[in-house]
Every structure is written in structure tokens, then in C-alpha cells.
Design a protein around this ligand. Structure first.
Ligand code: NAP
Length: 280
């Protein structure tokens, strides 16, 4: 297939591109930065310079790559810019979906998050209610906007990834969460957490090219509370616990649907894989 990976220069995007190229697909991958074109070329894809917030850029990227399918791995999290990331989810996704539709591309696979669910009993299936604020508004409005834009296409697939860990992520030894843990502090987005190894997330994304339209949780088999994983992270990072907290209670997610579609995580439990990752 001809595939455009929006955000193909990122931590996850690069892993997805590598796998697509190895599988024999013809891949174009985007970056905003001309100086990153060699990095994209080295991953086996054709670079396309695009700012997702500029509609004309996105239209041109879709024109030149003429894809059968678009994979959306755009985030603005490398510098922990959460407001910028929310804007990218809303405006970048809208631009991508509009350019796709205008060029007859109805197949879009996009990154979302698995910690969107309203607190409840046990791991959430994809149909479970999404979190609301006290006044009933969406707790993650930009995520809901992203998902709505993707699912508006005939073959839109939303992947709700768990919290990524593994090389190059926030939980790698040079990552932000690990660095904080070394100082004894863990602040989880939601207390109930589902993790996924970054390589498993990339693998699921390639598998998702053959999945039907809809939403799929991409998480490991080992949902856990921050009171369990927080102290372990601190210990791996060589710190001693000062404070473990979470911004919200949240709910873990079930991977039953992803597994039923044929995805099998190579790292089914963070409990085992953290030992490998951190060499402890
Ligand atoms: N589920 C999760 O837990 C989760 C999800 C995502 C990220 N993260 C964390 O965030 C960190 C960064 O990972 P990442 O792969 O998402 O980020 P990244 O490595 O910075 O990749 C983001 C991608 O989006 C592109 N991008 C950003 N803003 C753009 C814009 N306005 N227009 C076009 N392209 C744009 C970047 O392109 P450029 O080459 O132009 O920068 C890059 O290709 C990781 O360490 C990871 O742990 C966690």
C-alpha cells in the first residue's frame, strides 16, 4: 500500500515507519523540520515537510503522497506542551481528515489515549463511558474531537494507546517521568493505569491497517494502580519515595478487542518488562 505517516519522525512514528517499510509498503512520513528529512529517509520513508496546523501544508502532503491510507501519529508531547498537543489533536486532525476526504482517502488510523474512561469497575471495553468533569463536560475534549474527526471517515480507526514505556519514552532512563522518579516523585495522569510497550504499540498500529472501522484499546494485560507501579519506578530510578499522586482516578482499559483482532503484545505485562527495560 501507499501510506502517509503523519508524525513519522517521532518516537512512535519512526517505529511504525520501520515496520511498514519492512513489510514492503511505500511510505511517506512527515516532519515539520527540513533538518529531519535525512532521519526520515534513513527510516526508509520519503520525507514530506508539513505543519499539521497549516491546512494548505496538509493538503499538499496528501497530494504528493497520494496514499491509500493515512496513519496519524502527530503529538506535541516531546516538550510536554499539553496545550499545544490539545490544539494539534483538534486542528491537526481536522486538517488531516479534511484533506483525506478531499482526496478520496477514507482510511485513517489515528493515535488516541486509553485513560479517557469514566471511573468504573474493572478494565473498560471501548464502549464504556468517557470521563466527564463535575459539570458534565468532556474531561478530554481534544481527544473526543480527534476521535470524532477520525470516525467521521468511512474507515476511521482510533487506537487508544496505554501509557507508553520503553526506549525513548517518558519512562526510559533519560525520560521525564523517570527523572522525576529519581527524585522520589511520581505524578500519574490517572491513578488506574494501563501501560503498553512502545514497540507493541507500533506493532498494533501496523496490524490495524486490516482492522475494521472503530475504536480499539491498545494496552498490555496488566492494569495497575499508581500505588503499585509508582514506588517500583522510583526504586528502579534509584530514588526514595517522596510523593506518589495522580491527577484523577481514571480507569484501566481492556485489550480483549485488540487481541480478538489478532494483536498479541510481546510485552504482556509491564511488571516483567520493566525488569528488562531498567536492567534491575
Ligand atoms: N500514550 C502515551 O503515553 C504517549 C503518547 C504519545 C507520546 N508520549 C510521550 O511523548 C514523548 C514524545 O513522543 P512522540 O512520538 O509522541 O513525540 P515526538 O517524538 O515528538 O513525535 C511527534 C511527531 O509529531 C510531529 N509533530 C508535532 N507537532 C506537529 C505539527 N504541528 N505539525 C506536524 N507534525 C507535528 C513531530 O514532527 P517533527 O519532526 O516536526 O517534530 C513528530 O513526527 C515520548 O517520550 C512518549 O513517552 C506518550
Amino acid at each position: 500500500m501507499r501510506i502517509l505517516v503523519a508524525g513519522g519522525s517521532g518516537v512512535l512514528g519512526t517505529r511504525v515507519v520501520n515496520r511498514l517499510v519492512r513489510a514492503g509498503h511505500e511510505v511517506c512520513a512527515t516532519t515539520r523540520r527540513a533538518d529531519r528529512e535525512p532521519l526520515v529517509t534513513a527510516s526508509g520513508a520519503k520525507p514530506v515537510v508539513m505543519d499539521a496546523l497549516v491546512a494548505d501544508d496538509v493538503t499538499r502532503a496528501v497530494e504528493v503522497s497520494a496514499p491509500d491510507v493515512i496513519i496519524h501519529e502527530l503529538t506535541d508531547l516531546a516538550s510536554l506542551d499539553f496545550a499545544g498537543n490539545a490544539r494539534l489533536r483538534v486542528e491537526g486532525t481536522a486538517n488531516l481528515a479534511a484533506a483525506a476526504a478531499a482526496h478520496g482517502v477514507e482510511h485513517l488510523v489515528a493515535q488516541s489515549i486509553a485513560w479517557v474512561y469514566e471511573p468504573g469497575e474493572g478494565p473498560a471495553e471501548e464502549t464504556a463511558p468517557l470521563a466527564r468533569t463535575a459539570d458534565g463536560a468532556a474531561a478530554f475534549p481534544s481527544v473526543e474531537a480527534l476521535e470524532e474527526a477520525v470516525l467521521g471517515l468511512r474507515n476511521g480507526v482510533v487506537l487508544r494507546y496505554g501509557l507508553l514505556y520503553g526506549p525513548d519514552t517518558w519512562y526510559a532512563p533519560d525520560g521525564d517521568a523517570y527523572r522525576r522518579a529519581a527524585e522520589g516523585e511520581v505524578v500519574a495522569t490517572t491513578a488506574w493505569t494501563s501501560f503498553v510497550h512502545v514497540d507493541d504499540a507500533a506493532e498494533a498500529t501496523v496490524d490495524a491497517l486490516t482492522w475494521p472501522a472503530g475504536v480499539v484499546n491498545v494496552v498490555d494485560d496488566a492494569p495497575a494502580h499508581v500505588e503499585e507501579w509508582g514506588p517500583r519506578l522510583v526504586a528502579f530510578a534509584g530514588g526514595s519515595v517522596r510523593s506518589i499522586s495522580a491527577r484523577a482516578e481514571g480507569r484501566t482499559a481492556s485489550n480483549a478487542r485488540a487481541r480478538s483482532l489478532g494483536w498479541t503484545p510481546r510485552h504482556p505485562s509491564w511488571r516483567d518488562s520493566w525488569l528488562e527495560e531498567f536492567g534491575a
